[in-house]
Design a protein around this ligand. Structure first.
Ligand code: ADP
Length: 351
């Protein structure tokens, strides 16, 4: 027998295009009606992208078509124009800018451990070194590393009388991270809607004041925090960090598909841990080399930088003094970040 539960279960196998979250848990399915063998599903979605409902339609048809003895399936979409502005993180109402912030750049990766936070921190500080006013919001609630990487893990942000969080300043940038709000070793247990509310608060209730660039260090992958951010915040461009080996590149591809689905321009790819140069100047391609170039070409986006595996980078990240503060002549990594900052300034100029 076909039941509402069975239909819901099948719809739970359909993900929002480009993301790892399914359409049921994301609240797109408004009602399910079963009449004998026929099924009618009502869905509601806020998007300007006709391909999104189309893809959901196809995949939902397929999923429901696999039910034994299924009759007519009708999927009705209520497609809304994303409205503006938004506060509070309801992803069905559309993207908006953050007051006082001129440009928002997201740094993403398909998987963890590829150096996304390292790139976020060094890009932010390098941009500040070019004279820009820069903020960095660590959106990785479950593995916040920005506080440590800027050497402020013991700092605790104050709140203003209007309940705005005052960002912690370090190396010329303003930073917000869950790391400031946690006791050492305690894990974040917020999930789902509460997690997205935290992020919205970080983004919209922080005293960023005037910023040229706000860098968002996104969590790895394509989960619900990324989806909420990309649907509620008007992100001007995304940078995808990957390592050269195939397993990382596959995930980088997913991250890029995610941004394309939500119409966020991809500024380019950064290949991290590209090679290792030993003390004798010999070069080792530990994770293979050139994967980033091939993938960038495949995706039709520029390769914005190749960053070697470098002991200073790791040591300086651990000690809270980003490697980009080293003179470019002394560190190829610092030079690579200066180049990246320059590319970002050119691609996303502030007027
Ligand atoms: P992610 O944000 O992708 O999880 P992180 O930026 O936290 O990754 O980096 C993971 C670890 O790798 C950190 O200890 C960091 O210092 C180190 N790391 C990142 N990039 C490099 C590099 N180019 N050379 C050496 N160590 C690096």
């Amino acid at each position: 027998m076909i039941t509402e539960e069975l239909v819901r279960e099948k719809l739970q196998t359909v993900n929002y295009p480009g993301f790892s979250r399914d359409i049921v848990s994301f609240g797109l399915v408004k009602s399910i009606e079963v009449k004998g063998n026929d099924v009618e599903v009502q869905l509601s979605i806020a998007t300007r992208e006709p391909k999104v409902p189309q893809e959901i339609h196809e995949n939902a048809q397929k999923a429901l078509g696999s039910i034994d003895g299924i009759g007519n399936v009708s999927l009705n979409f209520d497609i809304k124009e994303p409205a503006q502005p938004v506060v509070g993180g309801d992803p069905s109402v559309g993207q908006s800018s953050i007051p006082g912030v001129k440009k928002i750049i997201a740094v993403a990766s398909g998987k963890g451990g590829v150096g996304k936070s390292t790139v976020s921190v060094n890009l932010a500080v390098s941009l500040a070194q070019t004279g820009a006013k820069v903020g960095l919001c660590d959106c990785d609630l479950y593995g916040p590393s920005v506080a440590l990487m800027v050497g402020k893990e013991d700092a605790q942000p104050m709140a203003t009388e209007d309940n705005e969080i005052v960002p912690i300043e370090a190396h010329g940038i303003k930073t917000i991270s869950m790391g400031y709000l946690l006791q050492e070793d305690s894990a974040v247990i917020v999930r789902g809607p509460l997690a997205t509310r935290y992020i919205q608060q970080f983004l919209r209730q922080s005293l960023w004041e005037d910023l040229d660039y706000l860098i968002l260090d996104l969590p790895p992958g394509t989960g619900d925090i990324q989806l909420t951010i990309s649907q509620t915040v008007a992100v001007d461009g995304a940078i995808i960090v990957t390592t050269p080996q195939e397993v990382a590149l596959i995930d980088a591809r997913k991250a890029s598909a995610m941004f394309r689905k939500v119409n966020i321009p991809i500024l380019g790819l950064v290949e991290n841990m590209s090679w290792f140069e030993c003390a004798h100047g010999e070069r080792y391609d530990i994770f293979g080399h050139g994967g980033g170039t091939v993938e960038a070409n495949r995706l039709g986006v520029p390769l914005l930088g190749e960053i070697p595996l470098d002991v200073h980078t790791r040591e300086r990240a651990d000690s809270g003094v980003p490697v980009c503060l080293m003179p470019d002549e002394e560190s190829p990594v610092s030079a690579a970040f200066s180049k990246l900052a320059k590319a970002v300034r050119e691609k996303v100029p502030v007027s």
